[in-house]
Design a protein around this ligand. Structure first.
Ligand SMILES: [Zn+2]
Length: 442
């Protein structure tokens, strides 16, 4: 990495760590307001899509969905890259595992989405360097940073991902960071061996992988001692979290990252805060008491690909009390799944009521019966359930949990079918609660 690049990364690091601390929520909002104003005036015109739209403020711009973004892909980036060429390029580098390749100097990444067409992201070298600086500033604990700066001892990071991209390998480019990428399509046994040799300070991995590593350590077949664990890419289930924290004797941190960017991360008090120093978030409330919302995100730092009023399908549950860390960025109680993880129960009147995934998750987690594993998915009127090994005891308890949810929600217990447990391959996104097919007329 050349001197200029290092300077860009360090600038972003220093600014994030020490330059963007706001005295109050009002100060943060005023800062966002100024950033948005500059963004609308100077950066938005870089994207042809917005040249046709007259808007003085953000609210006058259309809300974008994944479908709209894919449909208008070439007009929503400033490099005139078409969806076809980006997707072809992305699939090529993925199948050849050649993640260092760039298209016209731009990193292309494909989301690992389980449903519908895959999202495509474009990011320039400068954006990549800034991203790395911000990520390091937010993700590394003060003790490791101190060690790196004062004792010049490199930090070893293990990154488990389903797909690699140039985005992540930028982090390797500094001498003080040793970065190892673990491709989940490789043999699991080989990955474990490599991990044992690396003995990383930090592990970044999907929650399910962290939980598997914890069970290996518990069994004595792996002897790593990381200082920080960061869960990415899927919902961190309470039982996985409990196992990981028990075995490694520390809290699990979370990075909330999507195709649309680096959206949030846990603070030292282990609460997820949205990265509002870099993104503007409008909540679209989905419940009456305004506790859960779908975020509508505008990233006012990106100039290669527009992320402007992009509505995500993740359900975020807002935290009611302020976080003791003092950050004024919005605190999130739980990233509780996606919009299509909402299940439905019927009221006696015949109306359908949404049952949010965190309610179901909490029901199973709070149960005194051990499940080890469970799955709940809706197919029209029926809830299909995997209740651990489906023993009679577990099935009775699963019905009791659903009945108790139904009672609290003033709904009728849905028809329940128990289905046999199936193995989820490690490289697939883990989703325990899912609506496969909505009931009719809801
Ligand atoms: Zn906090």
């Amino acid at each position: 990495m050349i001197a200029n690049d290092i300077a860009t990364l360090i600038r972003a690091f220093v600014k994030t760590r020490w330059g963007l601390n706001f005295k109050s929520r009002a100060h943060l909002e005023a800062y966002q307001e100024r950033q948005l104003k500059v963004f609308l005036a100077k950066k938005l015109p870089l994207f042809p899509f917005y040249n046709k739209i007259k808007a003085d403020n953000l609210q006058q711009l259309p809300i974008m969905t994944k479908e709209l973004v894919l449909k208008n892909f070439s007009e929503l980036n400033s490099k005139n890259i078409s969806l076809e060429s980006a997707t072809r390029f992305g699939l090529d580098i993925e199948s050849n595992r050649e993640f260092q390749l760039l298209l016209n100097g731009i990193t292309i990444g494909l989301s690992s989405g389980t449903q519908g067409p895959r999202g495509v992201f474009l990011i320039s070298k400068k954006e990549r360097l800034v991203w790395s600086g911000v990520m390091l500033a937010k993700a590394l604990p003060p003790t490791l940073l101190e060690r790196m700066i004062l004792k010049a001892k490199p930090i070893k990071i293990a990154f488990f991902l389903r797909t690699n991209s140039r985005l992540y390998s930028t982090l390797t480019a500094t001498k003080r960071i040793e970065f190892e990428f673990y491709d989940l399509l490789d043999q699991w046994e080989e990955l474990l061996w490599k991990l044992e040799v690396q003995n990383p300070d930090v592990i970044v991995a999907p929650a399910k992988v962290l939980s598997l590593l914890a069970s290996k350590v518990e069994q004595g077949s792996l002897s790593i001692k990381p200082n920080r664990l960061i869960s990415v890419a899927e919902v961190l289930e309470p039982d996985d979290q409990a196992l990981i924290e028990k075995v490694f004797q520390q809290k699990v941190h979370q990075i909330y990252q999507a195709t649309e960017g680096f959206l949030g991360i846990t603070c030292e008090h282990n609460i997820v805060h949205l990265n509002e120093e870099f993104i503007h978030v409008e909540p679209k409330w989905i419940d009456n008491d305004k506790t859960r919302f779908l975020p509508i995100v505008t990233d006012f730092t990106r100039t290669t690909q527009a992320v402007v009023r992009y509505q995500l399908t993740d359900i975020l549950k807002i935290r009611s009390e302020p976080c003791p860390c003092g950050s004024h960025c919005m605190a999130i109680e739980e990233i509780s799944g996606r919009n299509d993880d909402i299940l439905w129960m019927q009221k006696p009147s015949g109306d359908w009521k949404p049952i949010f995934p965190d309610i179901i998750r909490q029901g199973f987690y709070a149960s005194s019966v051990p499940f080890a594993f469970y799955k709940v998915r809706q197919k029209k009127h029926i809830w299909e359930i995997v209740a651990g090994q489906n023993s009679e005891h577990q099935q009775v308890e699963a019905v009791r949990i659903c009945q108790s949810i139904a009672n609290k929600q003033d709904c009728i217990l849905p028809a329940i079918n128990f289905i046999p447990p199936e193995d989820d391959p490690i490289f697939q996104k883990s989703r325990r609660i899912q609506c496969i097919e909505r009931p009719e007329k809801q």
